[in-house]
Design a protein around this ligand. Structure first.
Ligand code: UDP
Length: 255
């Protein structure tokens, strides 16, 4: 099933050039859930995302690492707020990301795209450990790499490992898919202030100075320091993963 990059685009499969050669797609756990059906992992939602990831990667030949969150299952702050040990509660959150990673893997592979799950917390019976050079090898071989368990350390969310892994694997951009209906970075929360305007592009310093909380500050600061642009876009709009890979002007580019 694995198709090396040099062979992608030959034969009957035609590869359209993408703006981006290698990307990190950050998916929140809640993007896999469904408010309507009250499901923690909604099969139809996961399938829709998986098909779009598989089709877009095949069309453009883009190498993709997906960093998946776990907020649909557990967040460390929930337990900590109720008196749990924070590190234990965060570890539960990291395990939630592994559950989501397996759900995504299953759906993306059913859509015909080879994948590998690499976890920052070792679980040999379930998936591979995260090893940078192994991740690079999988990407070069055309596999979508799904990065689970965040950094493997408590006190982080998955935004920061998305930024860290992007730097490690030399990704050109982080694509931060939103699921809240907000399709980019706005001057204020558009759900509260209808006059808020969406920026097509904005600088890291403005995001930080204006405290525009589209991504964890640690991640934004890391991306600024390492010059990794972040594309914020509405993940739930069908066709947007493809549009993001194509380099269409959607969402907001932070650079
Ligand atoms: N988490 C962690 N270390 C990490 C990444 C995640 O401890 O490097 C824990 C943390 O408790 C977090 C939870 O896993 O609340 C789920 O991740 P996140 O909140 O980023 O999920 P998302 O909001 O993207 O669904």
């Amino acid at each position: 099933m694995d198709v090396p990059p040099e062979q992608r685009g030959n034969g009957s499969v035609k590869v359209t050039p993408s703006r981006w050669r290698r990307v990190v797609l950050k998916l929140s756990g809640e993007a896999l859930a469904s408010a309507a059906s009250d499901e923690t992992i909604d099969a139809a939602t996961v399938d829709r995302l998986a098909k779009e990831i598989a089709a877009s990667c095949a069309e453009f030949g883009t190498e993709m690492a997906v960093v998946v969150g776990g907020g649909n299952i557990w967040r460390g702050t929930i337990g900590a707020g109720e008196g749990m040990d924070r590190a234990t509660s965060d570890t539960m959150g990291m395990l939630g990301t592994v559950i989501n990673a397996l759900a995504l893997q299953d759906a993306i592979e059913r859509a015909g795209q080879p994948t590998r799950v690499l976890s920052a917390v070792q679980m040999a019976q379930v998936c591979e450990p995260y090893i940078r050079r192994r991740a690079l090898r999988h990407l070069e071989r055309g596999r979508v790499v799904i990065l689970a368990a965040g950094m493997g350390s408590p006190y982080f969310t998955t935004d920061t490992p998305a930024a860290l892994r992007a730097a490690e694997i030399d990704a050109e951009v982080i694509m931060k898919g939103t699921h809240s209906g907000v399709d980019g970075v706005y001057s204020a929360d558009p759900r509260l202030e209808p006059e808020a305007v969406r920026y097509e592009e904005i600088g890291f310093m403005d995001v930080i100075a204006q405290d525009l909380r589209i991504m964890d500050l640690t991640a934004v600061t890391f991306c600024r320091d390492n010059q990794i642009p972040i594309l914020v876009f509405d993940l739930m709009q069908p066709g947007n993963i493809r549009a993001a890979l194509a380099g269409d002007r959607i969402g907001t580019l932070i650079s």
